[in-house]
Design a protein around this ligand. Structure first.
Ligand code: HEM
Length: 403
């Protein structure tokens, strides 16, 4: 199968996709006056920015509003750190979050997905985000950390407060961000207290979960402090939840838009991993990554001053014609597919194997259970703020149960 012919109906992300393609038309590195950031839009330069943490720092402390409640989370939140601290923390956490831990989760992800789909059994229409894409990754993270099932609702409530409402869509400047942070501060305090207790309990009675493994991890003569473990848990929630929700919804939207890709997938589920990569390329859940220059840097002839904000645009770089043949075409058979959706370099997504596993299982089980899946009402698909997260917030599906 090569590229697919799109259906006639409008695609909810059409505008976004053409905006990204438009971004590719200007110089690959240029200053965006309106957003006061250096915009980088081609594959080579985006990869360069992400692989040079000495020149392009991930540390925005001092630039973003600070609030005491959030400072406690910063400690283990290594996505916002540079080497050498980043290296130490990532090495420690890698000892707990091993490839084996992810593959061992497979039967549980399967069972949780079945459970979630059982809850909508018999309905010929349901919201795919509410029913599956939203709860699945959060339950998986909770299980990974050994959170008791009875506390799951609490966990889901926190995730909803962190990502809930439409506030994300309205955040435009620092004052907005500060207001949003203030609104979620009580939740952050509650989470912090809960996780510190959770860790203390695991110190006394270690189990086989990630929390216990993080407590026991040791590298370069150091161990993670309780507060660093809490910060990492917060990072898992922020980086690992809504992104995976977005991936699952985006896959369903791509299938709806390119219906002729579905039959081959149903016939040969081994095509699913490659298809998921193309969904990731086509609609990256985090379309933009921010960096800050530590010194003056020259990139493709553009001179970026020190201490400038840089936006590495994954959405545009994933459509770079110099890197992808037929870059505008959704091609589920694309191979190789060097998309940058999981980032690049030292911060490359830590949870990519887990996100891929969840997508593979969830899509496979959806296809097995329903002989027909269609977006019931494209106008009812509500998307997140596409500058922050590209993903559906609501996705009504109409389905027919497989015989
Ligand atoms: C980092 C995307 C799922 C945990 C990243 C980065 C991206 C990304 C772009 C790099 C950020 C940067 O360079 O500034 C995604 C996408 C996902 C996904 C698109 C789903 C489709 C997950 C999951 C987890 C996770 C499931 C864990 C449960 C992390 C962590 C980092 C990270 C801990 C920080 C790595 C570091 O700084 O060294 N992710 N992610 N992500 N991701 Fe993911």
């Amino acid at each position: 199968m090569t590229g697919s012919r799109p259906s006639e109906a409008p695609f909810v992300y059409e505008e976004l996709v053409s905006r990204w393609e438009g971004l590719r038309e200007g110089a690959p590195v240029r200053y965006d006056e309106q957003r006061e950031t250096w915009l980088v839009t081609d594959h080579e330069n985006v990869a360069q920015v992400l692989s040079d943490p000495k020149a392009f720092s991930s540390d925005f402390s001092g630039l973003t509003p600070t609030q005491e409640d959030f400072e406690v989370f910063r400690q283990g939140n290594f996505v916002g750190m540079d080497p050498p601290r980043h290296r130490t923390l990532r090495a420690l956490v890698s000892q707990g979050f091993t490839p084996r831990v992810v593959t061992d989760l497979e039967p549980r992800i399967h069972a949780i997905t079945e459970e979630l789909l059982d809850a909508v059994d018999g309905q010929d229409q349901f919201d795919a985000v509410d029913a599956l894409a939203y709860p699945l990754p959060i339950i998986v993270i909770a299980e990974l950390l050994g959170i008791p099932v009875s506390d799951r609702p609490l966990f889901q409530e926190w995730a909803t407060t962190l990502f809930g409402g439409d506030d994300l869509g309205d955040m435009l400047d620092m004052a907005d961000i500060e207001r949003a942070l203030k609104a979620i501060a009580p939740t952050v305090r509650e989470m912090n207290g809960y996780f510190l207790d959770h860790i203390r309990r695991h110190r006394k009675n270690p189990g086989d979960d990630l929390t216990s493994k993080l407590i026991g991890a040791e590298a370069e003569g150091t161990r993670l402090s309780d507060q660093e473990i809490v910060g990492f848990v917060a990072l898992l929630l922020v980086a690992g939840h809504i992104t995976t929700t977005a991936l699952l919804g985006n896959a369903l939207l791509c299938f709806d838009r390119h219906p002729d890709t579905v039959a081959p997938l149903r016939a040969d589920p081994d095509l699913l991993p490659r298809t998921a990569e193309e969904v990731l390329r086509f609609l990256p859940p985090f379309p933009e990554l921010g960096r800050r220059t530590t010194r003056e840097v020259e990139l493709s002839g553009a001179v970026i001053p020190a201490d400038a904000l840089v936006t590495a645009h994954l959405g545009a770089a994933n459509r770079d014609r110099a890197r992808f043949a037929d870059a505008e075409t959704f091609d589920p058979a694309r191979d190789p597919n060097p998309h940058l959706t999981f980032g690049h370099g030292i911060h490359f997504c830590f949870g990519a194997p887990l996100a891929r596993l969840e997508a593979r299982i969830a899509l496979r089980l959806l296809f097995d259970r329903f002989s027909d899946l269609a977006v019931a009402d494209r106008d009812a698909v509500v998307t997140q703020n596409p500058a922050v997260i590209v993903g559906a917030r609501h996705l009504p599906l109409s389905v027919r149960r497989a015989p």
